[in-house]
Ligand binder design. Structure first.
Ligand SMILES: Cc1cc2nc3c(=O)[nH]c(=O)nc-3n(C[C@H](O)[C@H](O)[C@H](O)COP(=O)(O)OP(=O)(O)OC[C@H]3O[C@@H](n4cnc5c(N)ncnc54)[C@H](O)[C@@H]3O)c2cc1C
Length: 376
């Protein structure tokens, strides 16, 4: 068992840290958070420096961690333009890869992943958007999706809809994934503003009014998309764990520099021992979150994903982010709520909600923990 990252991954991590410190200045991070605008220039720079490269998943993972360590809203925005692309990479046709994956990998287009609708978030099989077959094998898409990342800026979406009625005990069947282009007639996106955190990311509500979807845009097999979505979550949750880990590490960084500034200014520190305890408690959890995240990633990147390890990493790292930011904010008192830690406090909470809430992760862990191979 080797706990060290390979040299090339460590080099990428260092480079990503330097990029984030250089590009995500406190002024820029505050501006995008306040204005709730997507930082397209930062996306372009991140792309040109090689951070969006699905052939280098470890590189993307450690870049996500280091970016979010400095600022999670900008950090995610820089890496999220390819959101959902794993689905077409794993289950799409050659033509779909050429039309949709390759332009994203060239930095020319942005993708999104549209599952949640207003009636169903955690309960994926409960979605109500529909696909109805029409003459010639095409489909008409009707319905709505909400809280869709990249919603108002993406060129296309990998979208889940119901293509045959739900059977009471087999609701996961009859769900189909299609590629929907934002330029298709009947498509509308409305940006959602006023989110608690991650405000530099673009989030929108999408509506579909008789959008005609060519049969060639069905990903994989009709009716089998529940399986594709779960496969995707086993990948994306590891990247959310890395976002959360970055936020937690960022809180620890801020704690250490705050203590150093207190010492330098001669301001009294309540109790040196309790301060050391706080550093140790936060640092220990950050370290545990890092080990869990890298362990889940190493299974996945060796093509042997472990859903339990993934859910544990996502659940633990997300809770560590809120724990770390809260503890540090409390220690800093009024100084905490007037610095960029305030933004991290808001960003951290989102980690416990998207890509599977903490409750959903716990249900997966509890249901599957006994089914794992003993070898783990
Ligand atoms: C900023 C942001 C961006 C997002 N981006 C996307 C995106 O790009 N694409 C997309 O498809 N979705 C996206 N989402 C939606 C996100 O995935 C959902 O919010 C999430 O799945 C939870 O669904 P929900 O909000 O409907 O909450 P609900 O599912 O209604 O859950 C509400 C509460 O009930 C709990 N709960 C639910 N089911 C159970 C259960 N069985 N047992 C115990 N407790 C339960 C939950 O844990 C939660 O506390 C985004 C959300 C946010 C906030």
């Amino acid at each position: 068992m080797d706990f060290d990252l390979p040299d090339d991954v460590r080099a990428m991590k260092k480079k990503a840290r330097e990029f984030a410190v250089r590009e995500f200045t406190p002024e820029i991070a505050a501006k995008f958070d306040e204005e709730e605008n997507y930082p397209d220039d930062i996306r372009r720079k991140a792309f040109s420096e090689g951070y969006i490269d699905m052939s280098n998943p470890w590189g993307m993972l450690v870049a996500m961690e280091e970016f979010c360590r400095v600022d999670a809203g900008l950090g995610l925005s820089a890496i999220v333009p390819a959101f959902g692309s794993e689905v077409v990479m794993l289950f799409g046709s050659e033509e779909q890869k050429k039309n949709y994956l390759e332009p994203v990998m060239r930095g020319e287009k942005i993708s999104g992943f549209a599952i949640t609708d207003s009636g169903a978030g955690s309960d994926v099989a409960g979605i109500s958007a529909t696909l109805q077959k029409v003459d010639g094998g095409d489909y008409l898409l009707n319905g709505q999706k909400t809280f869709i990342t990249n919603g108002a800026i993406a060129d296309h979406f990998y979208l889940l809809a119901r293509s045959s009625p739900a059977m009471p005990d087999k609701r996961h069947r009859g769900l189909t994934m299609v590629v929907v282009e934002s330029r298709m007639e009947g498509f509308r996106a409305t940006q959602l503003k006023g989110k608690l955190g991650m405000r530099a990311t673009n989030t929108a509500e999408l509506t579909f009014n008789n959008v005609r979807i060519p049969a060639a845009n069905v990903i994989g097999e009709e009716g089998r998309a529940f399986y594709y979505v779960m496969t995707f979550f086993n990948i994306s949750r590891i990247y959310v764990a890395a976002q959360a880990l970055g936020i937690a590490q960022g809180a620890l960084d801020r704690l250490k520099s705050y203590i150093a500034s207190l010492k330098a200014s001669g301001r009294p520190i309540a109790s040196l021992e309790s301060t050391q305890f706080l550093v140790a408690e936060v640092a220990s959890r950050v370290e545990a979150a890092r080990l869990l995240t890298y362990r889940a990633a190493s299974y996945l990147f060796k093509f042997n994903p472990d859903p339990v390890a993934t859910s544990i990493a996502k659940y633990y790292a997300a809770e560590t982010a809120t724990y770390a930011v809260t503890r540090v904010l409390e220690f800093m008192g009024a100084d905490g709520i007037t610095t960029d830690l305030e933004r991290a406090y808001r960003d951290a909470k989102i980690m416990e909600i998207w890509e599977g809430t903490s409750e959903v992760e716990k249900l997966i862990i509890a249901r599957m923990i006994d089914q794992r191979e003993d070898a783990r």
